[in-house]
Ligand binder design. Structure first.
Ligand code: ISE
Length: 340
């Protein structure tokens, strides 16, 4: 049994904990930590965990009762437990984003490079979704030729939290496409541009500009547009279409039964990502557990992928002020990540 230490006990920690307890094999949560001890107590109670509350992040990471770490804390609090885990040579799964600044991502990458080993897996769960996997395989096997253009839709019914503001459209939502597009297109970003469309009068948050359209251009010239809203009202709706030299490959609108009922033909639409990507969340965590148990480096998205996403998101947020395209410069990729 792999013994897991959980840092941060909010909503996404509940999703992962429910999976570990009810669906996954080979791991148990033995230590938890949250700045709010009530949240730590609640997760232990809700899932009847045989776990202790650690007095600090450092105690949790270095506990002999912890083999690997799950980081589910606030976006800007990921860096401390990740660096501690790398120092302790323990595998660490971090929710996206890896960190909120380029400087913090570079610290994480530098720490892995110093140890000469990868310990980090970033929670870009879409890479584990069976449809995204098929899309990737279709592109990689050359079925549609070189990918030239793309279109993505990232709609949520309502904002995830009350403090979901204009930049969150990028570093909470669009960051998933940032990761998936460079993975699917096997290319790095040249520039990113964010524009604001006509504003939705149903958006109740005055600090959130909604909808937004993000455009990325890749180094080899491909261009991908992503339409983003957190106020779609009708459900969680994610689309990804890749247009190649000799064909188009795209995610189905909804991987759901077709219903014929009450004078209509329809498909149900999921309410949020925890339903739409339920399988992907399980597959990514099982993969992390399996690799940790076998003493193998994690196979999922790396700290370098996390850095690419953070740099691109940072520039996209800058573009929100001018709505102009911004060039993306990446630091040189260390050898450690080159075969990944
Ligand atoms: C949320 O934070 C997520 O991570 C979801 O996966 C994303 O689809 C949603 O837009 C975000 O608010």
């Amino acid at each position: 049994m792999l013994k897991l230490g959980l840092v941060g006990c909010g909503a996404i920690a509940h999703t992962h904990t429910a999976n570990i307890v009810n669906h996954l094999k080979g791991a148990q949560i033995t230590q938890v930590y949250d700045v709010f001890s009530a949240a730590a107590k609640k997760i232990i109670r809700d899932y009847k965990l045989k776990a202790e509350i650690a007095p600090s992040i450092d105690d949790l990471v270095n506990s002999p009762d912890v083999d690997a770490i799950l980081v589910c804390s606030r976006n800007d609090a990921h860096v401390e437990p990740i660096l501690a885990a790398i120092k302790a040579h323990k595998p660490v799964f971090s929710e996206k984003p890896l960190a909120t600044t380029l400087a913090d991502c570079q610290k994480i990458v530098a720490a892995e490079v110093k140890e000469g080993q990868r310990f980090v897996q970033v929670g870009f769960m879409r890479r584990y979704d069976p449809f995204y996997q098929q899309l990737k395989e279709t592109i990689d096997t050359g079925k549609i030729g070189q990918p030239l253009m793309g279109y993505c839709r990232h709609f949520t019914a309502e904002p995830a939290t009350n403090y979901f503001e204009t930049p969150n459209m990028i570093n909470d939502a669009f960051i998933h496409e940032i990761d998936i597009i460079h993975w699917l297109f096997n290319d790095d970003y040249d520039s990113v541009q964010v524009q604001f469309a006509r504003q939705n009068s149903l958006n109740k948050n005055e600090n959130l500009t909604d909808p937004q359209i993000a455009t990325v251009k890749m180094k080899h010239g491909a261009i991908v547009n992503t339409y983003l809203t957190q106020n779609a009202q009708y459900g969680y709706d994610v689309k990804c279409q890749v247009i190649g030299e000799k064909g188009i490959a795209e995610l189905p609108d909804m991987p759901k039964l077709e219903m014929h009922q009450a004078g209509k033909i329809y498909h149900e639409i999921d309410h949020d990502w925890t339903y739409r990507f339920a399988e992907a969340y399980q597959l990514e965590m099982q993969d992390f557990i399996d690799h940790a148990q076998n003493n193998e480096d994690p196979a999922g998205p790396t700290a370098w992928d996390g850095l690419i996403a953070a740099v691109t998101a940072d520039n996209a947020i800058k573009s929100q002020s001018s709505q102009q395209a911004i060039k993306i410069e990446l630091p040189e990729q260390p050898q450690l990540y080159q075969s990944k």
